[in-house]
Structure formats: C-alpha cells, structure tokens
Write a protein that binds this ligand. Structure first.
Ligand code: ADP
Ligand code: MG
Length: 195
C-alpha cells in the first residue's frame, strides 16, 4: 500500500526533484510509473524506501509514515519492500545462491529458513539450475533475475523496479516483464515498475 499526497522533494542544492506529486498504489496492483530522464522517478523510489524524506506532503508505505518515522524504524520498512535496480547490484565474488542468502543473513534470518527460501525464490525466477554460478557467468537477463530473487528473499509485499530493464535488449526486457507479471499474479505481490 503506497500513498503520496501533494509531495514535494527539494534537494539541498535547491533542485525541486518532485513537485506536488500524488500517487496511490493498492495491494496487488501492477503499475508503471513513466517519465523522462531527470523527471524525479528515482527520487520517488528513494522516498518510498526512506532514503529521501519529503520536503512537503505525506508519504505512506505499508503504514509507515516516511516523513515522520524514526531512523531506527527504517530497516523494518525496508523489509516490506524489494528493490531492483538497472545495474543489478549483485556481489561479484558470491554465487547466485549466496547473493540471495546474503540478503536474508543481513536481517538475521535463521539458516534453516535460508535453506528453504533461497531455492524457492530461485525457482520462482527460473534460475534453480544456476545457484552455484557467479554473476559474471550469467547473461544480463539472468543477472536481473538473480536481483529479482534477492529482492523477494525477505518476502516483501511490494517490488519496486527502478529502470530494471533499461540495460537489457528488447527480447530480454519482454521476458523480465512477463516474469514480473507472473510474480504479481502468482504471489499477489504489488509491483511498481519505473521506466
Ligand atoms: P529520474 O530518476 O527520473 O531520472 P531523479 O529522481 O534521479 O530523476 O532526479 C530528479 C532531479 O533531481 C534531477 O534534476 C537530478 O539531477 C536531481 N537530483 C537527483 N538526486 C539528487 C541529489 N542527491 N542531490 C541533488 N539533486 C539531485
Ligand atoms: Mg532514475
């Protein structure tokens, strides 16, 4: 559940990245947020993850009030969100399995839960047979699937994709979008795609 009401973000350098924007995304929706380069899309993702606070207006994400929440609560907000980036942001020295497991370890998941969950999310993205590979041995589309699996690791209810297909060719883009739609339908997860 995402609500933005009349939200403005002014950065320290005076740039107004978001100007009185309102947005409503309900549970289970599959939405695209489209805008030109520099129009404030990434700033909106950063608002939703509380990397940036609103200068004005109200932002609610899974019942967290972004403008007013304490810093110490931010990790809990972030566990409700999975974020996928254009440049994948995988750890090169770790295997596919370890990249996903690492996301669970950082929030203190038990090893039994990790052993159950990692194969499950890798299967969801169609990479069950690549668990032992390093990212450099995968195609761009496969690397992005690993990033999606990692984003799903802690069972978020919203998946935020910031230009997640911008580095991929049209055919691979299509396959990734189909995967995201399948996840939305199969898991009921809310998906926000910024492009
Ligand atoms: P988009 O993702 O749509 O390309 P951004 O949200 O990244 O847009 O940027 C919106 C505007 O805010 C741009 O003019 C950009 O230069 C500016 N901006 C982005 N991040 C910062 C920052 N940390 N400090 C100052 N200005 C920023
Ligand atoms: Mg951006």
């Amino acid at each position: 559940m995402i609500r933005m009401n009349d939200v403005t973000v002014v950065y320290d350098n005076g740039i107004r990245a978001v100007n009185k924007a309102s947005l409503r995304v309900d549970e289970g929706e599959f939405v695209f947020l489209v805008g030109a380069s520099g129009s404030g899309k990434t700033t909106i993702i950063k608002l939703l993850t509380a990397e940036v606070r609103p200068t004005e207006g109200k932002v609610l994400v899974n019942n967290y009030n972004i403008g007013e929440m304490k810093k110490s609560r931010i990790p809990y907000l972030r566990r409700t969100l999975g974020v996928v980036y254009q440049d994948f942001r995988l750890i090169k020295t770790k295997t596919v399995y370890e990249n996903v497991a690492f996301a669970m370890r950082t929030i203190g998941a038990k090893s039994k839960a990790i052993k159950q969950r990692v194969p499950y999310v890798l299967d969801l993205v169609g990479l069950a047979d690549k668990a032992k590979e390093k990212p450099m041995n995968l195609s761009g589309g496969e690397q992005q699937r690993v990033a999606i699996a990692r984003a799903l690791a802690n069972d978020p209810n919203v998946l935020l994709c910031d230009e997640a297909t911008s580095a991929l060719d049209p055919q691979t883009t299509k396959a990734i979008l189909r995967l995201l739609k399948n996840l939305n339908e199969k898991l009921g997860i809310t998906v926000v795609i910024i492009t």
